[in-house]
Design a protein around this ligand. Structure first.
Ligand SMILES: [Zn+2]
Length: 302
């Protein structure tokens, strides 16, 4: 069994060419709630969008990507199978704090950008009303589709999340986790943050995590921007920098560091759970929290 594309979420979609509403064109297999395979079409220009294995393909109809992002797609597809394992050691430092910041999910409509293999998506899908999760790595979405098999409240989209436009004032929560640091220019990031602003309801919230230019990196004079060995672009943010990018659009922006590794931690050989508990405690302690690997940003329209 695979995951299907939730039919109700079609009302949240816009044609990637002209921003017109989208409708069902053909269902090859599906049930009352979801489409496993078939196609959707634009109500205006008739552009057709395929759904296979429950994954809707927008990518082939979006504007061509810069080379640096094409390289990232290749790298993401290659590492999709090992990604979850690589990040699992930091689960207790990242996931509980992130879910707590998002807050109540019951009945909420959620859009997640750059979902990858769904480190967070599976928890969101368990609790929320509907979730539209998107990424430009098909291999990653396949893995996520298997994790979400049997769920009826999900829509997976293969798309460049930076240029993905969805219906205005539709979603209650827009989120992205360790995503914005891989968007190469501040202009592209501004475009993305503007899109998330537009698709949120007036009392909706945006929650994002990004790489933090933390105290350790500053002291070691490590670079603020560059390429990982895998060929993926990265940028580490200072608090004022990312706050400014969100404040261009959002009226209220709160942020704090999370995912803290204490200086003596490796030597103490703490369990991952205890390290997670300590990390969450120190998130709120000034100065020490400057060691946080990530910044979490919560933004509201009003
Ligand atoms: Zn169209």
């Amino acid at each position: 069994m695979s995951v299907g594309f939730n039919k109700k979420l079609i009302e949240a979609l816009l044609c990637q060419k002209d921003n017109s509403p989208i409708e069902i064109e053909n269902i090859e297999s599906g049930d009352d709630n979801v489409i496993f395979s078939g196609s959707l079409k634009c109500s205006s220009c008739n552009q057709s969008y395929q759904i296979k294995n429950g994954i809707l393909n927008f990518l082939s109809s979006q504007a061509d990507l810069p080379d640096v992002m094409k390289d990232e797609i290749e790298a993401r597809n290659k590492e999709a199978g090992i990604y979850d394992e690589r990040l699992s050691v930091r689960y207790h430092k990242e996931v509980p704090s992130t879910l707590k910041t998002i807050g109540d999910l019951e009945g909420k409509k959620v859009i997640e950008y750059g979902c990858g293999t769904g480190r967070l998506t599976k928890y969101l899908a368990d609790e929320c009303g509907l979730i539209l999760a998107n990424d430009f790595s098909l291999e990653s979405l396949f893995i996520l589709g298997q994790k979400l098999a049997g769920k009826k409240n999900v829509g997976l989209i293969l798309a460049d999340s930076v240029q993905l436009k969805t219906r205005e004032k539709y979603f209650d929560i827009a989120c992205s986790f360790q995503f914005l640091e891989h968007v190469p220019t501040s202009g592209q990031r501004a475009n993305f943050i503007n899109n998330t602003y537009d698709t949120l309801t007036n009392d909706g919230i945006s929650v994002s995590t990004v790489y933090h230019f933390d105290l350790r990196r500053q002291k070691n004079k490590q670079s603020i921007e560059g390429m990982h060995n895998s060929g993926i672009f990265f940028h580490y943010f200072t608090s004022p920098e990312i706050e400014t990018e969100f404040k261009k659009y959002f009226a209220k922006v709160d942020l704090r560091p999370i995912d803290i590794t204490l200086p003596m931690e490796a030597r103490l050989k703490l369990s991952v759970k205890l390290a997670g508990a300590l990390s969450r405690f120190f998130e709120n302690i000034p100065y020490i929290n400057k060691l946080g690997h990530l910044l979490i940003i919560k933004a509201k329209k009003e």
